[in-house]
Write a protein that binds this ligand. Structure first.
Ligand code: ATP
Length: 214
């Protein structure tokens, strides 16, 4: 089977176990060999992350220090334009070719709002969508059209993810982590502990930088 590589985009303000643990489980289940973290550029008209782009990348570095599955790609931070996943995937394909099996990892919440993504209908021509469960979100679309689209593209077998470069959706059976970056920022601002929610090396960095404090 060909090597399956996946990209995982996010604001990562900060990265937490709700990002890392489900993706590690997904990798185990699907034979995913490499995951590239893609921190988003947040355009100026949108609410800005509390951490700077450099701090978000530094937190990613702390988080993956002992996790060889992961690497970081900062290309979206180096553009002035919004982080459109479809544009990043097109650039990736131009660099690496059309044949490599490629996944894009999202949580269930992102799947449910996929129809708001720029050119979302083009995504499956560029990648497989690998979906991690996220507690608190329905397992079905409200929209019958979106639910039909999902069912039409569901992979029946993990081998399809390795044998074809793109085109399938994999709903992974991943452990549930009821964690969000919003909750971590809220706890920090209220001086509450969040030791169980993110790696100790990231907490140390946050402490050193005085992040997420009033
Ligand atoms: P915020 O609370 O600031 O909106 P977040 O915790 O949702 O942030 P993001 O960086 O926006 O994190 O998420 C990046 C990706 O990770 C998205 O596809 C999202 O669905 C997924 N994700 C985030 N948290 C979880 C979680 N606890 N379980 C599964 N997937 C998650």
């Amino acid at each position: 089977m060909s090597e399956l590589h996946a990209l995982f985009g996010g604001t990562f303000d900060p990265i937490h176990f709700g990002h890392l643990r489900p993706v590690e489980a997904l990798a185990q289940q699907t034979g995913l060999q490499r995951v590239t973290l893609l921190p988003n550029n947040v355009p100026p008209h949108r609410p800005q992350p509390e951490a700077s782009a450099a701090q978000r990348v530094a937190m990613l570095r702390c988080a993956i220090r002992d996790l060889p599955l992961f690497e970081i790609d900062t290309r979206e931070l180096e553009r002035d334009t919004p982080s459109w996943t479809v544009t990043t995937l097109e650039a990736w394909r131009t660099e690496r070719g059309a044949e490599q099996p490629l996944g894009f990892i999202i949580g269930q919440d992102s799947l449910l709002s996929l129809s708001k993504w720029h050119r979302w209908q083009d995504l499956l021509s560029l990648c497989h969508l690998l979906v991690c469960q996220r507690p608190g979100y329905p397992t079905r679309f409200d929209s019958p059209d979106m639910q039909r689209w999902l069912e039409q593209h569901l992979a029946q077998d993990i081998r399809q993810l390795h044998q074809q470069p793109a085109g399938h959706i994999w709903l992974a059976d991943t452990p549930l982590y009821d964690i969000s970056a919003t909750e971590i920022r809220r706890r920090r601002h209220q001086n509450q502990p969040c030791d169980d929610l993110l790696p100790a090396a990231v907490i140390d960095y946050i402490d050193r930088e005085g992040l997420y404090r009033d």
